[in-house]
Design a protein around this ligand. Structure first.
Ligand code: BEZ
Ligand code: FE
Length: 280
């Protein structure tokens, strides 16, 4: 018997209300959530006004959500929670390519293109040849790998952010590896851009003295039968926002070389191998 609610026993009192026979995982997760939430309120001595502000902030965050906009995921991203959950769920052996945040701008159903094709439809930006291989932990090539790629355009917008201005499939494409595991395509050298910051998350960033920008990157979703799904980016090494990515997505192993190629099919070349982890 815990008794009536007091400041001292608050979390224990709430958690003691859970019934018998409920899911053990639900019990574990909710008990920890209540314990940490109460400890947080006590640590900062949360005021009535601050609590009301937080309720209003969360209400506005929900109201900002639509089919095209997920403000709660954006909130999770800027708090580092998305990257933490991703890290917990994608612990990989040394040598395997690391995951990073998926982001809201992937579109299912991009056209399957031939190796070497260009994914850029708007003719803007500096052309970059992306090359590499998909290999296993022992270095052997993997065939039949689906590599789904997407990036912003030279002005820092994904095609889905500019319907009617950009072609839906601009800077998007799917490539499937052959026996050599190799891939190649032409895109642009991506540019840094701000995450959507016209809602509550943007207001929060400004209040915290944080900028909303992500360093330039190319997105890759790499899937193959028998291997863990790889959701990752390659980052442009000299980007000024690498150390302050608004969503904490940068990992040192994902910073790729981008080299000038004065006499190739593109101005830049970026070589990067993806090392897949077998399913357990
Ligand atoms: C992105 O890289 O596309 C992205 C990731 C998280 C939030 C917003 C954008
Ligand atoms: Fe992105």
């Amino acid at each position: 018997m815990v008794g009536y609610f007091t400041e001292a026993n608050s979390a224990e009192t709430v958690n003691a209300r859970m019934g018998e026979g409920i899911s053990p995982r639900l019990r574990q997760v909710m008990a920890a959530l209540v314990t940490h939430l109460h400890a947080f309120a006590k640590e900062v001595a949360l005021t009535d006004a601050e609590w009301a502000f937080a309720i209003d902030f969360l209400t506005k965050t929900g109201q900002m959500c639509s089919e095209e906009r997920q403000e709660f995921i954006l909130l999770s991203d800027v708090l580092g929670l998305s990257m933490l959950v991703d890290a917990i769920n994608n612990r990989r052996p040394a040598g395997a390519t690391e995951n990073t945040v998926f982001g809201p701008f992937h579109v299912e159903g991009a056209p399957v293109r031939e190796m070497g094709d260009s994914i850029t439809r708007d003719g803007k930006g500096e052309r970059c040849l992306y090359t590499g291989r998909v290999i296993d932990l022992a270095g052997a090539p993997i065939a039949g790998v689906r590599i789904d790629v997407w990036s912003d355009n030279a002005e820092g917008f994904y095609s889905v952010q500019q319907p009617g201005i950009q072609d839906k499939w601009n800077n998007r494409g799917v490539f499937v590896t052959g026996a050599d595991g190799a891939y190649s395509f032409i895109g642009i050298k991506p540019v840094s851009y701000p995450i959507p910051d016209d809602g509550p998350v943007g207001q929060m960033l400004r209040a915290l003295g944080r900028h909303p920008r992500r360093p330039a990157h190319m997105h890759f979703l790499v899937t193959a039968r028998g291997y863990q799904r790889l959701v990752t980016h390659t980052f442009v090494g000299d980007d000024p926002y690498l150390a302050s990515d608004a969503v904490f997505g940068v990992k040192a192993s994902l910073i790729a070389p981008f080299e000038r190629t004065p006499d190739g099919p593109a101005t830049w070349r970026s070589a990067f191998d993806f090392v897949l982890t077998p399913l357990a």
